[in-house]
Design a protein around this ligand. Structure first.
Ligand SMILES: NC(=O)c1ccc[n+]([C@@H]2O[C@H](COP(=O)([O-])OP(=O)(O)OC[C@H]3O[C@@H](n4cnc5c(N)ncnc54)[C@H](O)[C@@H]3O)[C@@H](O)[C@H]2O)c1
Length: 301
């Protein structure tokens, strides 16, 4: 079996001080990538931890160097324009290039929709969606210039399928899917791919959702090999979403059912045809707005 190596490649991994991001950074570094380990530190809800130590990013860098790898720490807040730019600048200053961007940083501020505040919405959308956009944007011109890039964004089953108390998080994560798909289309001509993962892993973010026995089975290290594959030059797959965790990986896709042709339909006609309108098979999976429009127009013929 071929060894998937990253010698000469530079990866930026956000939120890599612990949990999934740390595991991704360790995996890429062990395979020869030079890694910028970004983490602002802080609690799951994004509020600051009391000061102490050099922060989780520095700890991960120490571990990578201890394993013989190459890494540098960055403590920028990816939710800010300056922070995202500073992170990419750290990579360029330390290693002269960026090849791989893993947008992983995240926080939670769960609240039922009737009680959610604008601040809770903004904070969560700010880190996940705005942060992924800002870091990708800061890196994109460099990726374009040298005609190569691998972007891995982090979505969530919560966004793909919905979850009580997570309207902010779910909206941000489905936004990340839209961002990924648009990036895949705009990056294609420059050999820049963009894919998203929707992980299932036992971390501090999810420890109260899984039984303690799940900790080992669902360790973040079971997610990182997919990140490594999507980050590799041999992987040309783009615009896709994969759910991954505990040794299971599956593609998640947005499909459109066969639909029905009902010219001039009234609301009553729609009622009468509701089961057919909701039919799931045969389905198609459009890969762009253009493909969807083409299919829709064909359906009108
Ligand atoms: N654990 C799961 O099962 C699961 C499921 C779906 C999605 N995810 C997503 O995976 C990602 C990683 O989550 P995790 O479970 O490892 O959680 P985690 O809390 O262990 O790690 C998240 C890291 O992001 C960092 N971070 C937060 N805001 C930041 C900012 N503005 N700038 C830089 N760093 C910041 C945190 O300090 C933390 O180290 C998140 O995007 C999360 O939403 C996780």
């Amino acid at each position: 079996m071929t060894d998937l190596r990253f010698d000469g490649r530079v990866a930026v991994v956000t939120g890599a001080g612990q949990g999934l991001g740390r595991s991704h950074a360790l995996e890429l570094a062990a395979r020869g990538a030079k890694v910028v380990v970004n983490d602002v530190g802080g609690r799951v809800d994004g509020t600051a931890e009391p000061a102490g130590g050099e922060g989780p990013a520095a700890d991960v860098v120490e571990r990578i160097r201890g394993n013989g790898g190459t890494a540098v720490a960055d403590t920028s807040d990816v939710a800010t324009e300056d922070g995202a730019q500073a992170l990419v600048d750290t990579a360029l200053e330390a290693y002269g290039r960026v090849d791989i961007v893993v947008n992983n940083a995240g926080i939670l501020r769960d609240r039922s929709f009737k009680n959610i505040t604008v601040a809770e919405w903004d904070a969560v959308v700010g880190v996940h969606l705005r942060g992924s956009f800002l870091v990708a944007r800061a890196a994109f011109c460099h990726l374009r210039e040298h005609g190569y890039g691998r972007i891995i964004n982090t979505a969530s089953p919560s966004g793909l399928f919905g979850n009580f108390g997570q309207s902010n998080y779910a909206a941000a994560k489905m936004g990340v899917v839209g961002l990924t798909r648009a990036l895949a289309i705009e990056g294609a001509q420059y050999d820049i791919t963009a894919n998203a993962i929707a992980p299932v892993a036992y971390t501090r973010m999810t420890e109260d959702r899984f039984p303690a026995e799940a900790a080992e089975r669902l360790g973040p290290e079971h997610v990182s090999p997919l990140v490594a594959w999507l980050a590799h030059e041999d992987c040309s797959t783009t615009g896709e979403v994969y759910t991954v965790g505990g040794g299971r990986i599956a593609r998640v896709f947005v499909a459109e059912g066969p639909g029905v042709l009902l010219p001039g339909a009234t609301a009553e006609d729609i009622l009468d045809n509701w089961p057919d309108i909701n039919a799931e098979r045969p389905f198609v999976i459009p890969h762009s707005l253009a493909e969807h429009t083409e299919g829709h127009l064909q359906g009108l013929r």
